[in-house]
Structure formats: C-alpha cells, structure tokens
Design a protein around this ligand. Structure first.
Ligand SMILES: *Cc1c(COP(=O)(O)O)cnc(C)c1O
Length: 351
C-alpha cells in the first residue's frame, strides 16, 4: 500500500498528539503485512501468523512459550489468574497498572487479593518492603503467591540489578514473579541490552505491541508451556479467544521487525521536549524513555490548554502533565509543541 493511501485511511486526527503512544496508527508497511497475512482459526490453533508471532517472541525473550492477547489488561489478568488461586495474594506497586488502571480485575474476576506496596520515586518497590509484606503460613493469612513488577514504570527504567534482587527475593520465599512489560522494549532500547537479559528472573512477562511499537492491538504473554496452557484457558473464559487474529499478529510481527530500534528516536524526541520545557523555566522530570512529566503552574493551565487546542496539539494538561512521544511524531512536531508552550511560558522568545 502506498503511503498516500495509508494516510487516507487514517482518521483526520490532529497532527500532534502527545497524550499517549497508544494513539499510533498502522503505517503503510504494517497495513500491507496485515492485508497479506495468512490466517486460520486461532481457537483451533490454526492461525499460522499468530503461531509465528508467538514462537518468534518467545524465542527472542528466551521463554518456552507465548500467547497472543487482544489487550495487555487481559494478558496481565490471565497471567495472574494462571499463577494464583482463589484467595491467594499478589504483591504489587501502589502505582502499578495491574493494580490501579485495570479495574481491579485480579480481585473482581480472579478472586486474587492485591497487597499494594508503595513505589519508590524510581518505580521500584523497596526490597525490605517486599520482604515484610510476604505473609507467613498461618490460618489467618492469605497465601502470598506472586510479586508483580512493571518496566518501564511511568517511563522510568528499573535497574537490572534491582530486578535481579527482587525476583531472587521472591523466589527465595517461594513466590512466582510476573513482569508487566507493556513498554519493555523502551527499557531494552534505553539500556541497550538483549531482550532475555531484561526479563531474567521473571516467570511470566506481558509485552504490548500496541504502544510504542505501533500495532493497532495486541499483547503477548510469555511463560512456561504449563503457564501458557493455563493462560489459554483463562483467555477463553475472559472472552479473548480470537479467530482469524493473524491479521493483528501480522502487525505485531511487522512491528517487531521494523519498530523496535526506532524507539531510540522517540526517546531522543522526549529529551528534546524535556530540555526545551526546562529552558522555559518549567519543572521537568527528565525522561529516561518516551514519557516525561512537566509541572504546569495552576494559573497557566487554562491558557495552555487553549493555546495547544488552537494549534491542533493534543495533550493531557494538568498540574503534573504527562507527555508521550511515539512513532507518529517527527522532530518538527516536537518543535511545534515547544513553540506552543513557549507562547504561554516564554512569550516573545524564539524557541
Ligand atoms: C497499556 C498498559 C497495559 C495494558 O493496556 P491495554 O490497553 O489493555 O493493552 C498494561 N500495563 C501497562 C504498564 C500499560 O502501560
């Protein structure tokens, strides 16, 4: 498909969207891959493209097996339900996606009690805090079954050494470990390490294809064959058994081949954006990957919203504003965004 035709198929959205990396739309090459995907009924295990995606990503991350899901929320939930039984408990960061942003699915649908633990400013959970939260075997206590971590966490990359220590601590106490790696490729590119090193120590990992990688939908759960077989049953119960899903898996395969190393560009754009905002005197939490936070004085919020809207720039402006860079943003878009901010915060100064 030529680029003009692919552009025509995109909704007429504003050109510059800094709300999230989920807003990325399939590129011309990705649409071609989807259009020509070989498909079958995946509930029967018959979709060759889904099978290829699962095999390829499992191999790449050094896991025995993998399973394609429509969303990361469902992939995380199926993982938790496969690891934990009714009345078990899982340890999770207070700010973690599985705890805070997934409608409490583990508790509601999985009968798994979350034990939320405070996150440190770097996104980790202090090891002593984890150790203290693991409950002894006692008739009063739920069984603490699992430790869940997230990487990247709000765009922050968790240190490899921390991951090693935290997963070792969990295993020492007989817990299993799950990584919500929705943006693990951003961490991998930022740390310049191999996939398998980034997930070492985890019994399961959920990876999103629909964030920075730019696929229209889909996540993959990685684990042992035993875990994946259990997760396949839960996926069916959760309504996630898909039929000719090779059309979506093809987008994932395309993204794995073409959209991973380019994440470095998104990270560079976030740096550029952060530096520009800091130069206007704004308080910026400098980004490690593609997400940055900037504090907007309350008195300026309204004016900034109006200014961005008038220039067709989408951003979720709040006192702590999150800005996200991605595949659909070029350097010139970052410059336009900075020009809009400077109209409010540095009028008269050429950015
Ligand atoms: C986006 C995201 C998910 C999954 O989200 P879906 O929209 O359900 O695909 C899970 N964890 C984190 C950290 C995420 O950012």
């Amino acid at each position: 498909m030529n680029a003009a035709r692919a552009d025509a198929l995109r909704a007429p959205v504003p050109r510059i969207d800094l709300r999230s990396d989920t807003i990325t739309r399939p590129t011309a090459g990705m649409r071609d891959a989807m259009a020509s995907a070989e498909v079958g009924d995946d509930v029967y295990g018959d979709d060759p493209t889904v099978n290829r995606l699962q095999t390829q990503i499992a191999e790449r991350f050094g896991f025995e097996n993998a399973l394609f899901f429509p969303t990361g929320t469902q992939s995380n939930l199926a993982a938790l339900m496969s690891h934990c039984g009714r009345g078990d408990e899982y340890l999770v960061g207070q700010e973690a996606h599985t705890y805070k942003y997934e409608q409490g699915g583990a508790a509601v649908l999985g009968s798994i009690q979350p034990q939320p633990l405070e996150n440190e400013p770097d996104g980790t959970i202090a090891l002593e805090r984890i150790a203290r939260a693991i409950k002894p075997q006692d008739v009063h206590f739920p069984t603490t079954r699992l430790l869940a971590l997230e990487n990247t966490m709000g765009g922050r990359v968790l240190p490899l050494e921390y991951m090693r220590e935290a997963t070792a601590l969990a295993h020492k106490h007989g817990l299993v470990t799950h990584l919500d790696g929705a943006r693990i490729f951003n961490a991998i590119i930022s740390m310049r390490i191999e996939e398998r090193r980034a997930v070492a120590g985890f019994d399961s990992v959920s990876v999103c294809l629909s964030k920075g990688l730019g696929a229209p939908a889909g996540s993959v759960l990685l684990g042992s064959t035993t875990l994946i077989n259990a997760a396949r049953r839960w996926r069916k119960a959760l309504g996630g058994g898909m039929r000719q899903s090779g059309v979506l898996a093809a987008a994932g395969l395309y993204a794995l081949e073409h959209h991973v190393t380019r994440l470095a560009q998104d990270h560079a754009h976030a740096q550029l954006l952060g530096a520009g905002l800091a130069a206007m005197g704004l308080k910026v939490e400098l980004p490690q990957t593609n997400i940055l936070y900037v504090s907007i004085p309350e008195a300026n919020i309204e004016a900034l919203r109006a200014c961005l809207a008038s220039r067709g720039i989408l951003a979720s402006i709040a006192e702590r504003t999150r800005l996200v860079t991605h595949l659909d943003l070029q350097r010139v878009d970052i410059e336009s965004a900075l020009a809009a901010f400077s109209a409010v915060f540095a009028p008269g100064v050429q950015p």
